[in-house]
Every structure is written in structure tokens, then in C-alpha cells.
Design a protein around this ligand. Sequence first.
Ligand SMILES: Nc1nc2c(ncn2[C@@H]2O[C@H](COP(=O)(O)O)[C@@H](O)[C@H]2O)c(=O)[nH]1
Ligand SMILES: [Mg+2]
Ligand SMILES: [Zn+2]
Length: 508
Amino acid sequence: MSLQLGIGETNVCKRLKQLHLKNACARCVPRNSAKSKTSMQRNKKKLSSNILCLLNSEDEMSKIQWDSMPVDVQEWLTITFTSQQEAHKAEDAASVRTVAYAVQTGVFVERKFHTATSPVGLAYPLEVTEALKEVDKWGFDVFALNEVSQGHSLKYLMCELLSKYNLLSQFKIPIACLISFTSALEAGYNKYQNTYHNSVHATDVTQTVHTILLHTGIMHWFTDLEILAFIFGTSIHDYDHPGTTNHFHVATRSETAILYNDKSVLENHHVSAVYHLMQSDEMNILVNLTAEEWRELRHLVIEMILATDMTQHFHHMNCMKRILQNEQQVKRIHKDKVMAMIVHAADISHPAKPWHLHQKWSEAVMEEFFNQGDKEAALGLPISSLCDRKTINIAESQIGFLDIIIKPFFVLLLELIEEIVAPLIKEASKSKCASSSKQQRTIIYGMEHSEEFTGTNSLYSVHNVTKAMELLSALDISRFKEHLLMFIQENKEKWKEIQEKNSEGMQK
Ligand SMILES: Nc1nc2c(ncn2[C@@H]2O[C@H](COP(=O)(O)O)[C@@H](O)[C@H]2O)c(=O)[nH]1
Ligand SMILES: [Mg+2]
Ligand SMILES: [Zn+2]
């Protein structure tokens, strides 16, 4: 029976009952403690009602067979993607929805690009140059780049993008600092030998943000400083990740959890640790920013990284829904919030990538979860949801992740981006006439619309802004969206096949 989330009371009760019957603990509390068990049950009740209250009846998700999902997957979703504060926000949603968003029209930012594939002072190995030719593609193989760069994918990608967006010269980033900084960054990422949260994941998220900016045209809405915030922010977003979750930190009362009062523990740590790193002169890549630029960049970076805390997921969803439902002609959309949503999307984007990439990332993330489960078992703590290698059905849990988290998020995000980019296109075509006489050398990223969204090697050198506007108006976000949804669907089918094979094997 399908559960109409948020409205089917009987089913809600059923769901709560299911959770109460289950012995696995929602919070890591010492085993066999009667007091803890009661509070655990209270927590579960709270968490499950949180998620139900966050998903309203108009949601995509209401169509999903929540009941058909295994209880441990439901439990993981409620624990990982909701917070107690979130429930209150959701309760307020109705009144917030009526608050009109103020004006924010699109302003076309003419993006200038450098044709250089390697910034001054950094010679790329031939294979790296070859691999980077694919950097505009949604299906870019980050593992291949990492291989040919001998584990330095993050360093090369950062240099490549900072150079292509012309940010090295714009913000006078000293190359020597950039090299030291990227090396330290990679070392921090790889310190714990995590299977998932390592420098390749940082490269992947950074490259993915770049492709979202490029293929939707939203890059023209952002200033150079904001693009710098994207590249810098995504590159550092999981720095010094220990391979265990926030939940684990809080449960084990780690130093970091104590330092950040149990709130977005890891996310706070990633930002703070990198800013500490940059206190040293040789790492200070932001040395030449003005005080104002430095402050603004820091604000954007903090916003976007704290927003990668998965408990913010439904908050992002509700924010996007509110903007989209608002019928005002002109809406005010907070740019920093949109930036955070784009980064969050990139952070969980691998299920929307070709199967060979999604499969590798899934194995990596599951292995990291299982390693945490092993640690929890060794510490005598209850094993967190999805972390028990002996019991978890990976295919089943991935289907839940794709259906409940990934697909609805990408659908909303791309709708929102479409709304933002539409006035830019209008603006671009309006000013087309005004500026057609303005001859200036602009090198702009674009894409051949005849190609699939696998991207093209797409540096366009144009001599006036007219060409830039043509490229912008040639964008087809709907097709980009279809392309992503197709991958999600294909990946879901693959998991279903695996699930069927598994159950056949079990029967035999
Ligand atoms: N069940 C799955 N969870 C996944 C998968 N890939 C990512 N994730 C979750 O998302 C966060 C991403 O945030 P990050 O900043 O930590 O990278 C990650 O921690 C997981 O909780 C997946 O394939 N399946
Ligand atoms: Mg993170
Ligand atoms: Zn991440």
C-alpha cells in the first residue's frame, strides 16, 4: 500500500509503529540502557514525524511507495536527511509560503574565458591535458583523470578551472601558493584513506558544479567572485574528512563534536581547517583579494559548505518549492542560497551520472559506511543505519536514495535554474541590439546544441557579445534535465536487476 506522505494518518501511525518495533537504534547510545531505549524511541518517533511533515502532499515523493521501502532504509533517510529544527521550519512552511519574495531580475554577466589549458608555471603531463579535454562533460571520468595525474586530480582540476574562468589573473592568485595549497588540500583529503570522502570526491563535486553552471547557462548570473566561491568552496567542502558521519562524532563525543556543539560538526570542521591552512603565507591563495572580496567570499563559502550537511536537504527542497510556487512576476532569489543548492546537488550527483561512475561511487560510499559500522561494533555502539555490512541490501537502499532524495532534488533544482536563466536570456536578447556594435574580444564557454549533453570541447572565441547571447539563448535546460533523469532511471533499473539477481540467488 502506498503512503500519501503527510496526509495519510493511518499510514503515518503504521510507519511509527514499524519504527517502534524495530530494535536497531536511531541514535548511538550505549547498549542495553533502559533510559536510552526510551529516549531512542522518542527520537525515532520525532524523526519519522519530521520527515513526514517535511514531505507534503504535493510532493513527487508522495507518489513513492514509502511502505515498500525496507525499514532500515526509511530509518536512514529520516536520520540522515532531517533535523529537529527542520521540523519546526516545515510547520511554519505554510505561513512562510505566503511571504512574497522581493524583486531580483537577472543580470547578464558576460563570462570571459581564457583559452589556456594550463596556467603559467604549471606544465600538465600530456595525459592530463588529454583527460581535461573532457572537463565540460556531465559524464566526465574523474577516476581516469585521477589515474593519469597519479592521484592529483584535484590539483589539476582546480588549476584548470581557475585558469579557464580567468580567476587566476582576476584575483591575482599566486601560482606558488596555489601549488602549495592544492598539495596540502590533497594531503588532508587523503589522510584517512577514505574510500569515498577523499580528494577524488572533491574533484568530482567541483567538476560537476562546473558542468551545471555551463550546461544551464546559469554561470552568466554569477559574478567572478561567486564563481571563485564555487570552485574554491567545492574543492574544500570535505577537507580532512575522517570517514565517519556527524552522527558518529556526536555519539562518540569527539573533540570536533564538542568544539562545534554537535551542529554540522564535519561541515564546520572542513571550512575552519582550510581557513587555518590559509593562515600560513605560503598557502594563502586569497592574499590579493580586497578586504571586501575576502569577506564576501568567506560568507559564500561558509554558507555553501554548511549547507552540504545532509540534514539541510529538505530545507533546500522546501526553499525551492516556495520560490517556484510564488506567482509573483518578479521574485527575489537569494543568490547565496541558490549557490548552496547547486553545491548540494553536485555533492549527491553521482546517481545522476552514467552507471560506470555511479557504480564506483556507490561501492566507495558503502564501503565507508561499513567501515564506520565496524568501528561502531568495536566500540560497543549500535551500528548506524546502512552501516552494517552483514545485513544491508545495497541495491534496495540505493533505489530508495534515488527515488526519495536524488530525483526530486534534481527536478526542482533544474526547474529553479530554468526560472533564473529565462530572464537572463530575455535580457541578453534585449541588449543584443544595443551592443552589437560594441566590438570586444570575448571568449566564452558555450556548447554545440547539436551534441548530446555529453558536452563538447567547447571553447568559443567570439568577437562581440552578440555571439555570447546567441549561445545563451541556444541553451536547452529541459534537455539537460531529461538527460540527467534518464541516467537516474537507468541506474535505478540496474539496481533493480541486481536486486532481482540477489533474490534469485537467495531462493536457490
Ligand atoms: N545511501 C547513499 N548515500 C549517499 C550516496 N552518495 C552520497 N550519499 C550521502 O550523501 C552525503 C554527501 O555529503 P558529503 O558532504 O558527505 O559528501 C554522504 O555523506 C552520504 O551520506 C549513495 O550512493 N548512497
Ligand atoms: Mg560533507
Ligand atoms: Zn561531499
